[in-house]
Structures are given as structure tokens and as C-alpha cells.
Design a protein around this ligand. Structure first.
Ligand SMILES: Cc1ncc(COP(=O)(O)O)c(C=O)c1O
Length: 453
């Protein structure tokens, strides 16, 4: 079931890598002995079985996508060298690969003369963007929507920055009236526009935020950790399409290759439109090892050591699947979105369910119809568990009743939020599995209903 065919390519690639060092004198590396190694590897495989099958299309819950075989293999290959992309001395080849791969990502947003690099993930990338924002707008507030990723508030706390949330509209996007009112009070340095919220995939109205910037002059940070790659997708709705078309006008962008970019964890990316922010990173540590005149990634990054392997994996993946509209990678994203729309249509047409709003990207949220929102919440959890017993893995989320208002009908509103089911259909394969997913979901719902009667 796990993709193992590509493993056969590994030995040959490792041999090729080794041949690059053939002139060195032979040495005997410490070996643990094959039988001990086999034993511990077997034990590791056994421990790893205790996981949800994230790689399988029936895993349709959280934002998890298996790395591409090219990424897995390139990452593993680089492990034999274990380069450190802090500086060229630690990772010459992979630093160059990082610069190329990151330039391709920036190219998706129309940026050529930018500053950016890879980092541990979306949280680190957002931390860096807000750290830069705060230095450029000291003592001014960071504002994000109440559906922005929870780490923005936490990051602001870590950086000791004043942070405020603004309300969302009924579709989970930043409410523009609320933002405009907030602007009238002044004191806002940076607005975080979430280009695909974690819970529902809602896209903040960037066009309108940009219009407000013209009037108030704040910075815009686009948190596109999850949604950024949809800039390549050609099957978005009009509003999302318009927002993504303007993303290059943000001051900074975060995008996570370890979400939609087919990379193993530990791969986020932060980009700044103005290269000049590089001056904010200046340091002259006596023990760091900048031994060449060329720009080291460590000079433009908050973190010190960073895995060169992550850059090798990303570079290899993008070489195989270039980040182009209409290309194979973009078609994969479009398939996930189509799957989400297909599942949404089924839910909409079925009496047993209530939906919030149509997916803007590839996340669907839904709940069982019930007499009250509290009963629907209890049922959601029961369906979540019943589905898992059928090998269908969904997620649960807690969303404001306001998101559902238009579709609740006579359902009693006895809670401010609804515990609902959430499905991120982010694998291209999901499109071929919608019928199976629907069949298993139906069985789970029936099982819960029968158990209650
Ligand atoms: C919009 C958004 N921003 C930031 C993050 C945090 O990213 P990470 O988990 O890579 O730190 C996430 C994670 O889901 C996200 O969806």
C-alpha cells in the first residue's frame, strides 16, 4: 500500500553521490552491524504502524499530504551528506538549490527581486515575517482575523507585539467593515491576510485589504501557509481567484511546501517583496562561519542551522513538477479542489447533512442535521468515530454558528459554535475516491442513527 517502487532507485543514486567523493582516501566508518540495524529498523517500522494512514485517500481529515517520492528520495539522499544551509561552508550545493527552489516559489507570485528562504514551517515563517514587520512598524498593532492561524497571537506574544483579532464574515473571511472600522481608530502596523484559513480554507478579501492599505499605509503579510499554491490553480471561484491574483502586492508571504508542496515536514518558506529588509538580520557572531563573500542564507534567516536536505527535496520535486499554471503540479491541486466541490454537492443534496458554505479551496465542513446545534455537535463526534471504524478518517472542527446560519433552518441554536466534521481533500487521488468516501460516510451516519434509535 505504501509507495515502495521508487525505493529501487535509491541505491543507484547513492552510488552516484558517492562517486563524487571517489578521490578521497578510503576510510572505515563506524558500523552498527547489519543485524542490529535490521532489528532496530524493524522495531521502528512496527512503532510507526501506530499512525492514521495519512498517505491513503481514505485519510481525508487534517491538512496532511504525503511527500512526493522525489522529495522523499532526495531528502534521504541528502542525509548521507547532512548539509546545513546556515552557511555555504555547511551546505554549498543545497544552499544553491534552496535559492533556486525559493526563487521558483517567489516566481509564482510574480516576484523576481525578493528576499526569502526556507524554514521549519509556517509558524517559524510567520514569526519571521512578523518580526520584520514589527521592526518596520515599531509599537504598531498586528491585526489578523479571528479565523487566522492561532499561532499569530502566540507569535505576537513571544515577540511582545500588540495583537488584535478582527471579526470574520459568515464565510470565515476577514470582515472588511470590521477592518475598516478598526483602521479608523489608527495604530495598526500590519494586517495579516490569511490566504486560506486552516479550518475552512476561506480566503481573506485581499483586494479590499489592499485598497485599505492605500488609505492607511499599513503592511500586509499574506499567510498563505496552506493556500499559497492555489495561485496556480485555474478552478477557483471568482473571489478567491481575484484575491490570489493580487498576492504579489503583499509585503511578505508565507507558504508551506510541507503542506501543499509535497514536502516532508520541516519545510516552510518566508518571502519579502523588498530585499532591503535583509539589513534587519545583520549580525557579526564571532563563531559563525561565513567564510566566503557570497550571500549566505544564514545572513537572512532567524534560524541558524537548517536542513539542506529540505532544500534538496524541494528542488528535486520542483524540477519534476514545475510550479506552472496548467502543469502537472497545478492539476494535482485542481483535482483536490474538484474533489472538495464534488463532496460538497453531495452533502448539499442530502437531507441528513447541513453545510456551512461552499469550499473556496479544498476544505469541506459539514454537520449532521439535528434538532439542535448541541445535538448536531454530539452527532458529529459520533460520526467521526464511526467513520474511522470504516477506515474513513475525517477531522472535527469547532466553528461559529454564524457560519451555518443560512442553512440551519429550524435547528435550535443552543450553542455559539457547532462541532462539525471537516475534510481536507488535498491529495490528487481524492478525486477518484469521492464516491468511496461518500459511501463510507453514509454508512457511518446510518450506523450512528441506528445506534441511537
Ligand atoms: C494558514 C496557516 N498558517 C500557519 C500555519 C502553521 O504552520 P506550521 O504547522 O507549519 O507551523 C498553518 C498550519 O496549518 C496554517 O494553516
Amino acid at each position: 500500500m505504501l509507495e515502495r517502487e521508487s525505493l529501487s532507485l535509491f541505491s543507484e543514486a547513492a552510488r552516484k553521490l558517492d562517486s563524487g567523493f571517489a578521490t578521497l582516501p578510503e576510510f572505515q566508518s563506524e558500523s552498527p552491524g547489519m543485524s542490529r540495524l535490521a532489528e532496530v529498523l524493524g522495531a521502528t517500522a512496527e512503532r510507526l504502524q501506530d499512525n492514521f494512514p495519512y498517505f491513503h485517500p481514505l485519510y481525508a481529515g487534517q491538512m496532511l499530504k504525503p511527500p512526493h517520492p522525489a522529495a522523499r528520495l532526495a531528502y534521504a539522499l541528502a542525509m548521507w551528506i547532512n548539509p546545513n544551509n546556515h552557511a555555504l561552508d555547511g551546505g554549498r550545493a543545497t544552499s544553491a538549490m534552496e535559492k533556486e527552489a525559493v526563487a521558483e516559489i517567489a516566481g509564482m507570485f510574480g516576484w523576481k527581486n525578493f528576499l526569502g528562504h526556507l524554514c521549519g514551517g509556517g509558524t517559524m515563517a510567520n514569526l519571521e515575517a512578523l518580526w520584520v514587520a514589527a521592526q518596520l512598524r515599531p509599537d504598531r498593532k498586528i491585526v489578523a482575523s479571528e479565523q487566522a492561524h492561532y499561532t499569530h497571537g502566540r507569535i505576537s506574544g513571544v515577540l511582545k507585539l500588540p495583537f488584535e483579532s478582527v471579526a470574520c464574515d459568515a464565510r470565515g473571511r476577514m470582515d472588511m467593515n470590521a477592518l475598516a472600522r478598526r483602521m479608523e481608530r489608527g495604530d495598526v502596523g500590519t494586517v495579516v491576510a490569511t490566504m486560506g484559513t486552516t479550518a475552512t480554507g476561506s480566503v481573506d478579501p485581499l483586494r479590499e485589504i489592499l485598497a485599505l492599505r492605500t488609505k492607511h499605509g499599513f503592511r500586509i503579510h499574506a499567510d498563505a501557509a496552506y493556500g499559497g499554491y492555489f495561485a496556480l490553480s485555474e478552478n477557483l471561484g471568482e473571489e478567491a481567484k481575484r484575491a490570489f491574483a493580487r498576492i504579489g502586492e503583499a509585503d511578505s508571504i508565507v507558504i508551506d511546501p510541507h503542506k501543499h508542496g509535497l514536502q516532508p515536514y520541516g519545510c516552510g518558506c518566508v518571502l519579502f517583496r523588498d530585499r532591503d529588509v535583509g539589513r534587519l538580520y545583520t549580525h557579526d557572531s564571532p563563531y559563525t562561519y561565513f567564510s566566503s563573500a557570497e550571500l549566505h542564507l544564514g545572513e537572512i534567516s532567524l534560524e541558524c542551522s537548517r536542513p539542506g536536505a529540505a532544500a534538496a527535496a524541494l528542488w528535486a520535486t520542483q524540477r519534476l513538477l514545475p510550479l506552472k499554471k496548467g502543469g502537472e503540479f497545478a492539476r494535482g491541486l485542481e483535482r483536490g479542489r474538484k474533489a472538495a466541490l464534488a463532496l460538497f454537492d453531495k452533502l448539499l443534496a442530502d437531507e441528513r447533512f447541513v453545510t456551512a458554505f461552499a469550499p473556496e479551496l479544498d476544505i469541506v465542513v459539514f454537520a449532521p442535521k439535528a434538532a439542535s446545534t448541541s445535538e448536531a455537535s454530539v452527532l458529529s463526534r459520533e460520526i467521526f468515530e464511526a467513520a474511522a471504524r470504516h477506515d474513513l478518517h475525517l477531522a472535527v472542527a469547532e466553528l461559529p454558528v454564524r457560519f451555518w446560519e443560512a442553512n440551519l433552518g429550524v435547528m435550535k441554536r443552543d450553542r455559539e459554535t457547532i462541532t462539525c466534521l471537516r475534510s481536507v481533500l488535498m491529495k490528487p487521488e481524492h478525486l477518484d475516491w469521492v464516491e468511496r468516501i461518500w459511501g463510507l460516510l453514509s454508512s457511518a451516519v446510518n450506523e450512528v442513527v441506528v445506534a441511537r434509535n
